[in-house]
Design a protein around this ligand. Structure first.
Ligand code: FES
Length: 175
C-alpha cells in the first residue's frame, strides 16, 4: 500500500472498541494505510468537535471518528451523541466550502480488526480522490489569505499583550 506523499487522516478512536480493533488489526499484521494517524479518546462522546475542526485547520486532509457499535457504548449514549455532532459539523464544513466527506463516523467492536482496516482504506481512497485539504493547498489564495490573517492577528496579539495592573485593585472586604 503506497502512501500519498503528504495526505494525513486523523482517526479519533474510542479506547474500548476502535482502538482495540486497530490493535487487533496490528496483531493480525493487516496492512493499514500509512496516511492514518490514530488518536485514542476515552469515548467518541467525549470527543470535542473543536478538536475535529482543529485537526482539519491544522492540516488533516480527513478525519475519522470511530466508536462502539450502537447500544454498546460504555457511557451509554456517547457514540449516538457523537454521530449527531459529526453530522452537524459536516453541515458546518459544507457551509464554509469544505467537502463534508472529509469527516466521517464509523462504528465497530473491538473484535473487528479487519473491519477497521476496511474503513481506514475506504476513507483513505475517498480522501485521495478529494486530494489535499484546501486549507493547506498553497495554490488556494483564499485559504492562504485566511491562514495569513490568522497568523497576523496572532502576532498582533503577541505584540500587544494585555497590560497587567501595576497595583492591586482588590479592595479588601469590610469586616
Ligand atoms: Fe466507545 Fe463510547 S465507549 S464510543
Amino acid at each position: 500500500m503506497s502512501e500519498s506523499p503528504d495526505l494525513k487522516i486523523v482517526a479519533f478512536c474510542c479506547k474500548f472498541c476502535a482502538y482495540k480493533a486497530a490493535d487487533l488489526a496490528g496483531s493480525l499484521r493487516l496492512q493499514m494505510p500509512p496516511e492514518l494517524r490514530i488518536v485514542q479518546v476515552p469515548c467518541t462522546g467525549r470527543l470535542d468537535m473543536v478538536e475535529v475542526l482543529h485537526a482539519l485547520e491544522e492540516g488533516a486532509d480527513g478525519v475519522m471518528t470511530l466508536g462502539c457499535m450502537p447500544g454498546d457504548c460504555h457511557f451509554l449514549q456517547g457514540n449516538l451523541r457523537a454521530r449527531k455532532r459529526v453530522e452537524y459539523v459536516k453541515k458546518l464544513l459544507s457551509d464554509v466550502g469544505l467537502e463534508p466527506e472529509r469527516l466521517e463516523m464509523f462504528n465497530l467492536s473491538s473484535a473487528m480488526g479487519a473491519k477497521f482496516v476496511e474503513y481506514a482504506v475506504e476513507m483513505t481512497e475517498r480522501i485521495r480522490k478529494l486530494g489535499p485539504s484546501p486549507l493547506r493547498r498553497p495554490s488556494n489564495a483564499a485559504a492562504q489569505g485566511y491562514r495569513d490573517d490568522r497568523l497576523e492577528s496572532g502576532m498582533r496579539n503577541m505584540e500587544a499583550p494585555q497590560a497587567l495592573p501595576q497595583e492591586s485593585t482588590v479592595v479588601p472586604a469590610e469586616m
